[in-house]
Design a protein around this ligand. Structure first.
Ligand code: SAM
Length: 198
């Protein structure tokens, strides 16, 4: 695991510099979850942080929810809030090194969190695909504001065309549109996408 990265994110949690943390399951993801039918689906949330969306899934009876984060701090917090959640489904790991096979992966403020080199962005797309079963889905939110070239200031942006260029070698696009039900501070700044592994 990239120790410096682990340290960076753990320090953000220790110092409570967690502006991304909204404290509840976001409306777009919650709305998407509400129409899912298969409660046995294997679902992964990478870069999950405090993972309120995973908590919501678990409360709704989804039995194979996995969360992954490079920092163990939010995973411990999650376990405190959800003591019955299976320990083996909490993964303290680097997304880029993780192995598994899921039906659905949920993206929220993870893509925008790592250094936006073309190499990192295309490796993300490849790794997402490798973590999905054939026909599995990558679903979630990507910020829709310009990438400035500043390599330190998170969240890192992008646009539909750029995201598609990374994802299309591995995914068929089902939909990718401006998000209509973003939480108020993110209104007009997000795309909601559904991609199916080729
Ligand atoms: C901006 S935060 C978003 C957290 C969460 N998705 C949310 O919406 O609140 C990014 C998260 O990704 C985690 N992270 C960053 N790089 C990672 C990596 N390579 N592997 C796993 N987790 C990573 C960080 O520790 C942090 O919790």
């Amino acid at each position: 695991m990239a120790e410096n990265l682990k340290q960076y994110w753990s320090t953000r949690y220790q110092e409570a510099q967690t502006g991304w943390d909204i404290g509840y399951p976001s409306t777009p993801i919650k709305t998407y979850i509400n129409q899912l039918e298969d409660k046995n689906s294997h679902i992964l949330i990478p870069g999950a942080g405090n993972a309120y969306e995973a908590e919501y899934l678990y409360q709704q009876g989804f039995s194979n929810v996995h969360i992954l984060d490079i920092s163990e701090i939010p995973l411990k917090e999650f376990k405190k809030r959800n003591p019955d959640f299976p320990e083996e489904n909490l993964h303290n790991a680097d997304f880029f090194e993780f192995k598994g096979e899921f039906d659905l992966i949920i993206e929220q403020t993870f893509f925008c969190s790592f250094v936006p080199t073309p190499e990192n962005r295309s490796t993300y797309a490849k790794q997402m695909a490798s973590l999905l079963k054939e026909g599995g889905k990558l679903v979630g939110l990507w910020f829709n504001f310009p990438l400035t070239g500043e390599m330190k200031k998170r969240p890192f942006g992008g646009d539909k065309k750029e995201y598609r260029s990374y994802l299309s070698p591995y995914f068929n696009l089902k939909s990718f549109e401006p998000c209509y039900n973003s939480i108020p501070p993110r209104a007009g700044k997000e795309l909601f996408g559904i991609f199916t592994k080729r």
